[in-house]
Each structure stands twice: as C-alpha cells, then as structure tokens.
Write a protein that binds this ligand. Sequence first.
Ligand SMILES: CC(C)(COP(=O)(O)OP(=O)(O)OC[C@H]1O[C@@H](n2cnc3c(N)ncnc32)[C@H](O)[C@@H]1OP(=O)(O)O)[C@@H](O)C(=O)NCCC(=O)NCCS
Length: 261
Amino acid sequence: MSERARIDKATAATMSELAPGFPRQIGPASDTSKHDIIELQLRPTSHLGQTARDTLYTLWDHNIRPLAKGTEFDVPEADKREELFDATTRFLLLLRKRSAAAVSVDEANTSPHLGPENNTAAAGTDEQAKPKKKKRKKVDKLDFGPDELVGYCSFRFDVEEDAEVIYCYELQLAISGQRRGFGRILIAEMERIGRERGMEKAMLTCISANVPAKAFYAKMGYDLDEYDLTRITSPTKASKWATTSTKVGYYILTKHLQTPI
Ligand SMILES: CC(C)(COP(=O)(O)OP(=O)(O)OC[C@H]1O[C@@H](n2cnc3c(N)ncnc32)[C@H](O)[C@@H]1OP(=O)(O)O)[C@@H](O)C(=O)NCCC(=O)NCCS
C-alpha cells in the first residue's frame, strides 16, 4: 500500500476502530472528590458543536498565545480555528462528568479552571457584560456540553518527509488538570492509535520558549526530529535540546512508534 493510501485509510477509520472500548473512565483520582469522574473520548471535528469548539480554542488561546507572541504561531483567531478544526483532525478529550452534586460544588466555588489570569483574559467579552452569567463565568469557559473540559490532544495522520506520522497538533490541559498525569495519558493514547495504524512515528512542534512542555516531551521519550531546524543549524546541541535555549522559535520533535526489524 502506498504511503498516501495508508494515511487516507487511517483518516477514514471510524472512532470505534481507532479507539475500541471508548469512552473510557479515568479516575476518580485519589486527590479529587468522588464526584470527579473523568472520561476519555475520541471525536472527529464533525462531532464538535460550537460550545465545544469555543472551549477548545479558548484553552489553546489561554495556554499558548502568551508563549507564541512574536513567533509564527501568533496567528489571528480565524486562522487558528481553521487549523484547529480541520475536517481530518481527531480529538482525544478528557471530560469531567458533571453530576448534579458536582455542578453545585463548582458553582459554589470560584474555582479557577483556567487559572487566575482568566479574569483579565475574559475582560470585555459579551459573557462578562451579562450580570446573570457572572457566577458561572469561569466554569462556562471550559464548558463542554453537560461536561467540563480537562484537556485534549488533537492529531491527524500525514506524510512528513516520506514518513507516515501521527501528528499531534495540540496537547492542552487546563491549569487545574496539569501535573496530574493527564498529559501522559493523552499522549500515550495518541501514540497507541498511531502505532496500531502502522504510523512510523509520532510528531509535533513545540515552541522553544515552552520550558515545561520541553521537560514533559523529553520525559515522554521525544527527541529532535532529523529535520528539526535547530539540529540542522547546530548538530552538537542535539542531545541538549530540552534544557538549552535557541533562537529558532520551535522544535520539531518525534518518537518512533514501530520497533525496527
Ligand atoms: C505540558 C503539558 C501537556 C504536560 O501535561 P501534564 O498533564 O501537566 O503532565 P503530566 O502530569 O502527565 O507529567 C508527566 C511527566 O512530565 C514531566 N513534566 C510535566 N510537566 C512538567 C513541568 N512543568 N516541569 C517539569 N517536568 C514536567 C514530569 O516528569 C512528569 O512526571 P511527574 O509528574 O511524575 O514528575 C501540560 O502541562 C499543558 O497542557 N501545559 C500547557 C499547554 C502546553 O504547553 N502544551 C504543550 C504545547 S506543545
């Protein structure tokens, strides 16, 4: 089968072919209430409503926009949404199921799901201008239908420099969901899907100023791709990419998924 045919076949696969047994329940984690049930789902772009799309974009904007300033990733919202919601993109979603009890706890708390900066990020929005909705504002920011978004990983199948890859476009956790092992769960699941579809490697780009993400990807076994620009311009630094700075705005990272024969 040609490279392109294998990519098209993987892209055409149904969600239950890609992720049998989903949705899968994660938790409750030991440090959360018994109401804190988190579910892992896989959805294509076509199964995302407008609220879901707004929430996925909002989380990217909150996490990455400040780091992207002055780089080629600082793109207008419409362009980012177009890339984010390409028809071939699939989304691994971590959703906190809201039981009636959990919702009332959320509403009573002023739990900063996006972190304290969210107050300024939301300034001037229509939502804030409506006094009735003020109490639920922070919860609504990560609203996902009846549930709440904890994090997501979006990916596509593609050919990059002759290699068949599963390309991670986004890996985003809400601040309240970070450092709880959810990033590890999402990326491992994406890699499993890529491996089972015969992809040679998992690939992604990481803004070089994103120090925590570099530490995370290094821990998850990612390394500079052979076509990474920093590797081409400074080969001796290749092994130190995760702990050094560079003038190049981003790294291309990969992890091989198939055991060499
Ligand atoms: C980067 C990110 C995806 C990591 O996900 P996470 O759920 O927070 O990470 P995990 O809890 O699964 O961490 C797994 C391991 O990665 C490493 N790691 C994760 N975050 C780290 C950090 N901030 N600093 C150092 N190491 C880190 C640790 O070794 C960790 O294991 P440990 O907690 O047992 O020490 C997440 O923090 C995030 O969404 N950040 C904001 C958005 C972003 O930068 N996305 C990546 C864009 S390329």
